[in-house]
Ligand binder design. Structure first.
Ligand SMILES: *[C@@H]1O[C@H](CO)[C@@H](O)[C@H](O)[C@H]1NC(C)=O
Ligand SMILES: *[C@@H]1O[C@H](CO)[C@@H](O)[C@H](O)[C@H]1NC(C)=O
Ligand SMILES: *[C@@H]1O[C@H](CO)[C@@H](O)[C@H](O)[C@H]1NC(C)=O
Ligand SMILES: *[C@@H]1O[C@H](CO)[C@@H](O)[C@H](O)[C@H]1NC(C)=O
Ligand SMILES: *[C@@H]1O[C@H](CO)[C@@H](O)[C@H](O)[C@H]1NC(C)=O
Length: 278
């Protein structure tokens, strides 16, 4: 009787694990991660074609961001003694504990943070989270090449700057105005390169905003997150480990001991944060 109960519980847990592991974030569920150690944050310059997913085998045979990082191919060491080490040796973090902070589409390049701290994921991706409300939401700056020739006073640009864009109720409705949107140039006379900062994290928000205005996004790169985290010093595909000071100063997040039981309820909330891409 007792044995049967324990056994069926084990089976339920195993099935749940398989279920969650197999569906990635399809229903807004992050992989349940066992968190340990201290907050570690990787700043990764994601190439096009690398997918933000935990699934190992992509239908198109592409790699996921975790496989790419764990391969150490693009690692930029800050000290010579760090070369030739595995990520686990460098950080003490188990390979299954990494989570991207939000998502970037396969075709979107640029700055992606990857961390073992679910609370940080929640803080950066959810502008209504307690910590974001307390400490202020973090901006995410993108550069996009969009269809059509626009200047700073064109209707498309002004709409984004002054009104925000209705991207459809299903995707979160009206976006906040992106008051810093600026035209950077014109790669061709039929396209425009812009830069803009958003504070929300609606699904594929930047692509949907310009699509809704009839000027689809042809290329998208995230160039910055928070106060001053940029891709400086990183080629496409390269990544580095942020210092605690960078995490605190740029992300308004104090690196912490993840084993602390005090935080466990917040971590549970954090692991159910849907992943968004832009
Ligand atoms: C790293 O590995 C390379 C190739 O095996 C070797 O030449 C180099 O000396 C190693 N560097 C360190 C710091 O261990
Ligand atoms: C990514 O880009 C490729 C080639 O430009 C295109 O065929 C594909 O549809 C794009 N995928 C997405 C999800 O936009
Ligand atoms: C964001 O955080 C708030 C407060 O914790 C929560 O109510 C809300 O469901 C979260 N939203 C998402 C999309 O996770
Ligand atoms: C648009 O405005 C920004 C600053 O607001 C400026 O840096 C940029 O050069 C302007 N772009 C054009 C094409 O005039
Ligand atoms: C932003 O970061 C860069 C590189 O880490 C640094 O040189 C610069 O001083 C920082 N700027 C501010 C305003 O913190």
């Amino acid at each position: 009787m007792l044995l049967g109960k324990a056994l069926s519980r084990m089976i339920i847990i195993a099935c749940l694990g398989l279920l969650l592991a197999s569906r990635d974030h399809a229903f807004g569920l992050a992989i349940p991660i066992r968190q340990s150690g201290r907050t570690v944050v990787l700043l990764y310059n994601k190439p096009s074609g690398v997918v933000t997913t935990h699934e190992e085998i992509d239908a198109k045979g592409r790699v996921n961001v975790y496989q790419d990082v764990l391969s150490m191919r693009g690692f930029v060491a800050s000290s010579p003694s760090d070369v030739n080490k595995t990520l686990q040796q460098l950080t003490g973090v188990n390979p299954t504990e990494w989570n991207a902070v939000g998502r970037l589409d396969a075709n979107t390049t640029g700055l992606l943070l990857i961390t073992n701290d679910g609370g940080l994921v929640h803080h950066v991706t959810n502008k209504s989270s307690k910590t974001s409300l307390e400490l202020g939401p973090l901006g995410k700056t993108y550069e996009a090449v969009i269809m059509g020739y626009h200047d700073n006073d064109s209707i498309v640009i002004r709409t984004v700057r002054e009104n925000g864009v209705d991207i459809g109720e299903k995707y979160g409705g009206l976006t906040a105005p992106a008051s810093d949107i600026a035209v950077l140039g014109h790669p061709t006379h039929k396209t425009t390169k812009v830069s803009l900062t958003i504070y929300e994290g609606k699904n594929r928000q930047v692509r949907r905003m310009f699509h809704a205005l009839g000027s689809g996004v042809m290329q998208l790169q995230r160039v910055s997150i928070g106060a001053n985290l940029t891709l400086a010093g990183l080629e496409i595909g390269q990544w580095r480990i942020l210092s605690d000071d960078e995490v605190l100063g740029n992300l308004k997040w104090a690196p912490r001991n993840l084993d602390s039981p005090k935080r466990s309820s917040q971590q549970r909330t954090a692991t159910s944060t849907p992943k968004k891409s832009h």
